[in-house]
Design a binder for this molecule. Structure first.
Ligand code: PEP
Length: 264
């Protein structure tokens, strides 16, 4: 089964509306000049996505909607309720209203800096899928856990909790993206080796097969994230079970984001 590679730029807390618009204008101008990438995007052979901060999503949504180049839009987090007394939170339906197709859930910065639990991530997963927003579910171990040799145990627990209430018949292959992001590789310049990243992504695909069947496992996209840069993307993208990348720092610059995309 052909899986469309997905290059997703997680901008974290960077770029307000003005810089977001400038980025998108520059990105579209660069793609317009690159006939091969433009063709790939048109033929759905590769998918590019950006995940700006909340306040920049409406601007991004407007730019994306008025362009003839395909660029997916996603948010970096959401709440698990549709509305209510949750000061400072954003509902998934609000994200969809400004053009979001995706939402990152369970990013390690949410888990480790803001104390998000497997349980709350599970609730957010359920809500996103209920309303038609596609989660990019992040899983990954800390350095201590890797050194202890419990990477698969940790990833398994995170997957089990996040996917607990989904049933086998649910179309998870088209509606969920999983990103393997070892915590120690995020923002550190220390990328996992291609082989280690492949090994964990293969483990994730096996987990999906056991839990949801072979169609889901063959179709679901599994990304690697953690210090992906233009000069280290190619080897990763050649791995059998890696279908793209969740890119932080290197996605903030049009040139490096596109260079990574061309390595796919
Ligand atoms: C991320 O934020 O998900 C990420 C992978 O960051 P970086 O590429 O900067 O390591």
């Amino acid at each position: 089964m052909r899986r469309v590679p997905f290059l997703a730029g997680n901008w974290k807390m960077h770029k307000g509306p003005k810089e977001t618009k400038e980025f998108i204008v520059e990105l579209f101008a660069a793609i317009a000049k690159d006939t091969s990438l433009k063709g790939f995007l048109k033929e759905n052979k590769v998918e590019l996505g950006i995940f700006p901060p909340f306040v920049s999503l409406e601007t991004a949504g407007r730019e994306v909607a008025s362009a003839d180049i395909s660029l997916s839009l996603g948010a970096q987090n959401m709440h698990w309720e549709d509305s209510g007394a949750f000061t400072g939170e954003i509902a998934g339906k609000m994200l969809m209203e400004v053009g979001c197709k995706y939402v990152i859930l369970g990013h390690s910065e949410r888990r480790h800096i803001f104390g998000e639990s497997d349980e709350t991530i599970g609730k957010k997963m359920n809500k996103a899928l209920e309303i038609g927003l596609k989660p990019v579910l992040c899983v990954g171990e800390t350095l201590e856990e890797r050194d202890e040799g419990i990477t698969e145990t940790v990833v398994k627990r995170q997957l089990e909790e996040a996917l607990r209430s989904l049933r086998e018949h649910e179309n998870i292959k088209d509606n969920i993206v999983i990103a393997y992001e070892p915590v120690w590789a995020i923002g550190t310049g220390r990328k996992a080796s291609d082989e280690d990243a492949q090994s964990v992504c293969a483990y994730i695909r096996k987990f999906i097969e056991e839990r949801f069947g072979s169609t889901a496992a063959e179709g679901i996209r599994i990304l690697y994230g953690g210090s992906v840069k233009p000069d280290n993307a190619k080897g990763l993208m050649e791995q059998k079970d890696i279908d793209g990348a969740l890119i932080g720092g290197a996605s903030l610059d049009v040139g490096s984001f596109l260079e990574i995309s061309r390595n796919t």
